[in-house]
Design a protein around this ligand. Structure first.
Ligand SMILES: [Zn+2]
Length: 117
């Protein structure tokens, strides 16, 4: 399965990996989805969905350099003191097809994993 926003990157017997791209126009803004069948032994078996993404701070377009600099200092300080930066992330899918493709990818992977449960 391939679309503009999401594509399958690898598939194994018990897991499938997809990569989804955001419509915000930043080529680095993406996340990876892993659908996997986890067998923890005995009756403890389940299908899992894991999302992976890199935290990144994106400057607001049109923002003055000193505002960007100050925001970056605040984020670095929150990481230093609080242990985690406070970054709001918004992942965008524009259009019905992009949303449908995302859902189809999850359904496709789920159906494959259900067949081995
Ligand atoms: Zn984005």
């Amino acid at each position: 399965m391939t679309s503009e926003n999401i594509c399958k990157v690898s598939e194994y017997e018990d897991s499938i990996f997809y990569k989804a791209h955001c419509n915000c126009m930043s080529p680095e803004h993406e996340h990876c989805l892993e659908l996997s069948y986890e067998n923890h032994g005995g009756e403890n078996k389940e299908i899992c969905l894991t999302l992976y993404s890199d935290l990144a701070y994106y400057d607001i377009y049109g923002c003055k350099w000193y505002h960007k600099f100050w925001k970056r200092i605040k984020i670095a300080f929150s990481l230093l003191i609080g242990g985690h930066p406070e970054i709001h992330d918004c992942f965008l899918f524009n259009g019905e097809k992009a949303v449908e493709d995302y859902i189809k990818a999850l359904q496709e992977g789920l159906e494959k994993l259900k067949s081995i449960v």
